[in-house]
Write a protein that binds this ligand. Structure first.
Ligand code: GH3
Ligand code: MG
Ligand code: MG
Ligand code: MG
Length: 315
């Protein structure tokens, strides 16, 4: 039915179909004290391959959100026992910004100022109850599209285009926050700088495109090794940085040694081409108040690793 009104509507239908086919696992939480509203709306929204959670009041909603931090949309009622929709919106907004979690409010209220009140408190959208199925779905979809747009913008600003790892700007911005928090909690933070040895040879021998593919492969390997709670960034060129949060020194050393060996003992396959090269690593274990101080320390280690023959780690 979305197709009938012309070209924009047609494009819209395509985007909806794409979402349904991709089944990209968007999670939505419905909060309402009416059991029949919950059941009917859940049924309706699930038809669009959106994963639906339900809660009967604000407190229950917060519990579900705490357990499912990847919920992207909340569709909440206003009047509910224990915690109403307005309190829910205010509480959720202390933790989640509008560009990471959408809140759509629905209410039977006839007071026309309700919508503006909710929007002022941080709701993304408001629907007076009595809405049609189509209106509900179109609003949900518009909110999903906005979240995706924000995600895309954040990725473009924070990630390196070639490798999709975090870029230098993000590393410093986020890294300094992480460092500050770690120092406050008296946790330790370690920084490692990783540089591909003689990378220029790969470019000179096989060309820049193969060089690029190599950087992508290296990034994949870094992700595989350090994907959980470390921040991995491409500092530029063939140099990468890893921030280890809350790990003990021996564990970090062990894991970096495994990474070094991975390159020293294996080849990287790009189609028929088999490449063999090593990496050098400098790592800083010193306590510091700013990330650039830590990286300077790590860089001294890296320089020493290169000077003493490459394919090694220096602390
Ligand atoms: P070393 O062992 O001393 O680190 O030697 P190296 O050749 O790895 O280091 P050097 O700094 O001399 O050269 C790095 C090369 O990386 C030079 C540059 O052309 C190449 N490079 C930097 N960024 C990119 C990129 O995005 N793509 C490709 N293909 N090459 C890049
Ligand atoms: Mg109600
Ligand atoms: Mg190099
Ligand atoms: Mg370099």
């Amino acid at each position: 039915y979305v197709i009938k009104d012309g070209l924009y509507s047609f494009k819209y239908a395509i985007s909806v179909i794409r979402r349904i086919v991709n089944n990209d696992g968007i999670k939505l939480l419905i909060v309402d004290d009416s059991k029949s509203f919950l059941d009917n709306t859940k049924d309706l929204i699930e038809r669009y391959k959106i994963e639906v959670f339900t809660a009967t009041n604000g407190l229950e909603a917060l519990e579900i959100l705490e357990k499912n931090k990847d919920i992207k949309i909340i569709l909440t009622d206003y009047y509910m026992p224990f915690m109403n929709g307005l309190e829910l919106v205010r509480t959720v907004r202390k933790k989640y910004a509008k560009d990471e979690l959408s809140i759509i409010v629905t209410s039977v209220t006839k007071e026309r100022q309700t919508a503006s009140k909710f929007l002022k408190y941080g709701a993304n959208d408001f629907l007076y109850k009595g809405f049609t199925q189509e209106e509900l779905f179109v609003r949900i979809n518009a909110n999903i599209e906005l979240l995706e747009l924000f995600e895309e913008l954040k990725n473009r600003a924070n990630k390196d285009f070639l490798t999709k790892l975090y870029n230098r700007r993000y590393l410093f911005e986020e890294g300094n926050k992480i460092l500050k928090e770690a120092n406050e909690k008296k946790n330790r933070l370690f920084a490692a700088l990783i540089d591909i040895d003689k990378f220029k040879n790969i470019n000179d021998t096989y060309g820049h495109d193969i060089g690029d593919l190599t950087l992508k492969e290296v990034s994949k390997i870094l992700r595989k090794y350090f994907k959980k709670d470390e921040l991995i960034a491409r500092l530029g060129g063939e140099e990468f940085c890893i921030l280890f949060k809350n790990k003990d020194e021996d564990l970090v050393k062990q894991r970096l040694e495994l990474l070094r060996k991975e390159f020293a003992e294996n080849v990287i396959e790009l189609g028929d081409l088999k490449l063999k090269f090593t990496i050098s690593i400098g790592c800083s274990f010193k306590k510091a108040d700013a990330l650039d101080i830590m990286l300077q320390e790590a860089d001294k280690g890296l320089y020493e690793a290169k000077e003493t023959g490459r394919n090694r780690i220096r602390y």
